[in-house]
Design a protein around this ligand. Structure first.
Ligand SMILES: NC(=O)c1ccc[n+]([C@@H]2O[C@H](COP(=O)([O-])OP(=O)(O)OC[C@H]3O[C@@H](n4cnc5c(N)ncnc54)[C@H](O)[C@@H]3O)[C@@H](O)[C@H]2O)c1
Length: 427
């Protein structure tokens, strides 16, 4: 098939590369001309394992190309996938400004029939609104089909997830249009959920809200473990073995971040509020997550005393999780901000990022960050931190505390190096 994908971000670029690799001819368009210029040179503006090779190969073999003329690409294609960002507005609801601008561009090119596939995560009711939006611009409804097809990939494993989804959700009551969109994924084995647009939109929001709930739940439970001297990793393992619950997303830590969970929880709360539904549970999920970095900072203060200017803390990790360069809503950054706000000196290191944060200095390696530190916090689960040489780190540090913000470190290795391990809910 010939497919136009609008938005060359984490989702658009990965989808474009994978669909091209499946044999489709894909034009990926982005209004960011610098991004497109880089992509044309084979330079991938984001870090996603395996993506660069996949993009370069498919460009070379003539199935994938990059463009910045959104209108021209829309005109030239019957299948248009929307993969633009849907960030949080100031009030927490989803800001559909980019989706709206794409729909406007599509409306100008709807002289022939188009199948519009919504991959962006959008609030319930957006499909209904988008149909109305196009019809109000004089487009008859027989000239387009709008299919909701939410994306579930995770950054860091995006290609694997796109090729091996747990399910493909197709939201459209028109059977022919739904089947046409499902055929894009021929070659990918996955169960299909055939449903309506609004249900598809809510499957996406509901999934992310539930994952966030699991994480805030286990983070609260780990506070109980802390006061009863119990190990949350064992407790979570035992809970997760119940097939009704499942073991994933039960790892305690400084909280969830990234471009999806925080914004989608807030967007669902906001969407429900527009119809006078108060999502109390999800408000608490968000509140627990927000308080999680403070819980760690308080713990550090209990160990070190007041976190004043004499105290030096090394923070390892800035990205919201390992194997990505994405800093959006990173709890590691939240932690740094809160440490810095208490007055201590913070020196940080991340393999891919060094964002400007008031009061935070950046080191070029984990060892350099550890130099002279009273405590070291692992805030992102990068492999190089998990496999760190704790003996070398001990020799550099002034103090002994190693705080495991992701419960990923080998406690024994840390202790054997003569350091004091502090986890969350891990006695
Ligand atoms: N990142 C993830 O892990 C992930 C996973 C599942 C779903 N999603 C959802 O997918 C959507 C995209 O997320 P992302 O992380 O890829 O976003 P992103 O910010 O990385 O990329 C969005 C791209 O869209 C481009 N864009 C914006 N407006 C445009 C326009 N009018 N015309 C052309 N290009 C335009 C931007 O320049 C940018 O390159 C969001 O709704 C997000 O919630 C993201």
């Amino acid at each position: 098939m010939k497919i136009c994908i609008i938005g060359a971000g984490y989702v658009g670029l990965t989808t474009a590369a994978v669909l091209a690799d499946l044999g489709h001819r894909v034009q990926c368009v982005d209004r960011d001309e610098n991004k497109v210029a880089s992509l044309k040179k084979g330079l991938i503006p984001i870090f996603e394992p395996g993506l660069s090779e996949l993009v370069v190969r498919n460009v070379q073999e003539g199935r994938l190309s990059f463009h910045s003329d959104v209108a021209a690409s829309i005109t030239a294609h019957e299948i248009i996938m929307i993969a633009v960002g849907t960030p949080s507005a100031a009030d927490g609801t989803a800001d559909l400004i980019y989706v709206r601008s794409v729909l406007l561009a599509i409306s100008a090119a709807l002289h022939t029939h188009k199948t519009i596939v919504m991959k962006s995560t959008v609030p319930p009711g957006t499909g209904v609104w988008a149909t109305k939006f196009l019809m109000e611009r004089g487009i008859p409804d027989h000239r387009f089909d709008l299919v909701s097809n939410p994306e579930f990939l995770r950054e860091g494993t995006a290609i694997h997830d796109t090729l091996n989804p747990d399910r493909i959700v197709i939201g459209c009551r028109n059977v022919a249009a739904a089947e046409k969109v499902r055929a894009i994924y021929d070659g990918i084995e996955a169960e299909t959920v055939w449903t309506g647009q609004t249900e598809a939109e809510l499957i996406k929001y509901g999934s992310n809200a539930f994952l966030a709930t699991k994480l805030s739940f286990v983070n609260e439970l780990s506070r109980v473990c802390d006061v009863f001297d119990a190990d949350i990793t064992k407790v979570a393992q035992g809970i997760g073995m119940d097939s009704r619950i499942g073991g994933k997303f039960l790892q305690a830590g400084i909280g969830y971040g990234g471009s999806c969970l925080p914004k989608d929880v807030n967007a669902l709360i906001g969407a429900a509020a527009t119809r006078d539904v108060n999502l109390k549970l999800l408000r608490e999920v968000a509140a627990v997550n927000e308080s999680q970095p403070d819980y760690y900072v308080d713990k550090l203060e209990q160990k070190l005393g007041a976190l004043d200017a004499k105290v030096r803390i090394a923070v390892l990790g800035a990205t919201f999780k390992e194997n990505t360069d994405d800093l959006r809503y990173s709890q590691a950054i939240e932690l740094m901000k809160r440490l810095s706000a208490r007055g201590c000196s913070v020196i940080a290191y991340d393999p891919l990022a060094a964002p400007a944060i008031p009061g935070v200095k950046w080191a070029k390696s984990a060892l350099e960050a550890a130099n002279g530190a009273d405590a070291l916090v692992v805030a992102t689960g990068w492999k190089e931190f998990i496999q760190a040489d704790w003996g070398q780190i001990k020799n550099k540090m002034r103090g002994k505390i190693v705080m495991d913000g992701r419960n990923v470190l080998n406690r024994t290795a840390v202790k054997e190096a003569g350091l004091t391990y502090v986890g969350l809910g891990r006695p």
